[in-house]
Write a protein that binds this ligand. Structure first.
Ligand SMILES: Nc1ncnc2c1ncn2[C@@H]1O[C@H](COP(=O)(O)OP(=O)(O)OP(=O)(O)O)[C@@H](O)[C@H]1O
Ligand SMILES: CC(=O)C(=O)O
Length: 439
């Protein structure tokens, strides 16, 4: 376990651009994402390249229409694109699309106006742009969202590779999550990608059934309309906070760095605002999968997060304390502020206490002593680094002694530093809050 001197986590989508620099990519990543919509053929290769060094999130494709071309197509405004000839698409598209429909490619890269005759379908480009391989295709029709049969087939194959997380695209209800949970059991964490109005309407029940939420801004932006996206983003973070589930920010985080070694100012400000609102992790997609500067992007995001976090002073103290455990977590944050401790250690076999603390956004790392199955999962959460518990602790003295040793051994505290030691609700141990000086 390596503590990275930043609290907000980085998730890297792996793709062709990462292959030659994989060791450095892994050094900067807290989680690696394999997007099965693009990398199903390479999934074993990628799992072997990662060698268990970093937890893996495998993202199921979901019911999204996609372009089948493997080449890029450059289109000019007003140009005609012939479906089936220039542009090969999923069969379902031909059944659903109607004359005059406006079709959006990718997250809005190119829009086409459809002209449909008995013999063929053409699209007239409404703007100039590039149509990239395997991009999504949005049409103004309701598709049967949720988990598809194809997702289940893919899942049965990839689950043998033991992913740490599975991402479900276009989740609409808790039933979608249960379908996946029935196959995987509870050992694999389920990340629900929020990208439909239905998923927003059912967000709390979806959140409770999932282990983490993803703000999938690409499809979500098309679905809710761009002016609503900032508010929806804040809403998802708020729900994640209230139910104690980590929230991932995704899409167009450093989009300009696909083709430029430096980011746009607006991207930096968006990252800063998102950290301030309380996301746990930030996901890079095309930037690292197919971009020209995968390592520069990772180094830039790492540097930006560290710089931005160092400027924020406010930890989130709850307005209302309604139970004993919250009073302990609240006191932990207050004690942290006043003692200038360098570290929080929490005995949290279930992970729940560690997540609750992380939602209060302490400025120091949280070292969570957790059950074996959670060791890799909590790397998604703001500020949490884990050590698995090999033996159950007997009492609070045992926890204090071990916490002190771990903090020193892992280089997280040295002589004369203070650390704060606490526990989650545990009938066998009792409650604890200790401000401990390393001597
Ligand atoms: N492994 C890969 N190989 C090739 N291209 C990739 C790969 N991963 C991502 N891409 C490209 O980067 C783009 C953005 O990546 P992202 O993972 O957000 O995909 P997406 O198509 O938006 O998928 P989804 O909506 O299912 O997450 C993709 O549309 C694709 O063009
Ligand atoms: C990540 C993703 O699926 C999206 O932004 O739509």
């Amino acid at each position: 376990m390596e503590v990275k001197k930043r609290n907000t986590k980085i998730i890297t989508t792996i793709g062709p651009s990462c292959e030659n620099v994989i060791d450095e990519v892994l050094r900067y990543s807290d989680v690696v994402r394999i997007n099965l919509a693009h990398s199903f053929q390479s999934v074993e290769k990628y799992v072997n390249m990662i060698e268990g060094k970093v937890p893996i999130l495998m993202d199921l494709p979901g019911s999204k229409l996609r372009i089948k071309n493997t080449n890029e197509i450059n289109v000019k405004k007003g140009e005609i694109v012939k479906f089936g000839k220039d542009l090969k698409v999923d069969d379902e598209f031909y059944r659903l699309v109607e004359n005059e429909d406006i079709v959006t490619i990718g997250d809005g890269d190119v829009k086409l106006k459809i002209r449909k005759t008995d013999n063929n379908i053409i699209g007239i480009a409404l703007n100039s742009g590039i149509i990239y391989p395997r991009r999504g295709l949005s049409i103004p029709k309701e598709l049967p969202y949720g988990v598809t049969e194809e997702d289940i087939k893919i899942l049965e194959k990839v689950s043998k590779l033991e992913p740490d997380f599975i991402g479900i695209s276009f989740v609409t209800s808790k039933e979608d999550i249960r379908k996946i949970r029935d196959i995987l059991g509870s050992k694999v964490w389920i990340v629900s990608k929020i990208e439909r109005k239905e998923s927003l309407n059912n967000l709390k029940e979806i959140g409770r059934e999932s282990d983490a939420l993803m703000i999938a801004r690409g499809d979500l932006g098309l679905e809710v309309g761009l002016p609503n996206l900032p508010f929806v983003q804040k809403y998802i973070i708020k729900v994640g906070d209230s139910i104690g589930k980590p929230v991932i920010l995704a899409t167009q985080v450093l989009e300009s760095m696909i083709s430029s070694p430096i980011p746009e100012r607006a991207e930096v400000t968006d990252i800063s605002n998102s950290i301030h609102y309380g996301v746990d992790a930030i996901l890079l997609s095309d930037e690292t999968a197919i971009g020209n500067f995968p390592l520069q992007v990772l180094k830039m995001l790492d540097m930006l997060i560290k710089g931005i976090e160092s400027q924020y002073t406010s930890m989130k103290l709850p307005n209302k304390i309604s139970n004993v455990m919250d009073s302990i977590y609240f006191s932990t944050i207050t004690a942290l502020k006043l003692s200038k401790a360098r570290l929080i250690v929490i005995y949290s076999p279930s992970g729940k206490g560690a997540i609750r603390l992380s939602k209060l956004k302490p400025k120091v790392p949280i070292l969570a002593l957790v059950d074996k199955e959670l060791e890799r999962k909590l790397s998604l959460c703001y500020g949490i680094y884990t050590v698995k518990i090999d033996k159950k602790f007997e009492n609070t003295d045992d926890i204090i002694k071990n916490s002190r040793m771990l903090a020193i051994d892992l280089g997280l505290a040295k002589k004369n530093d203070y650390i704060i030691i606490t526990t989650e609700d545990s009938s066998s141990i009792g409650n604890l809050l200790k401000i401990e000086k390393i001597i």
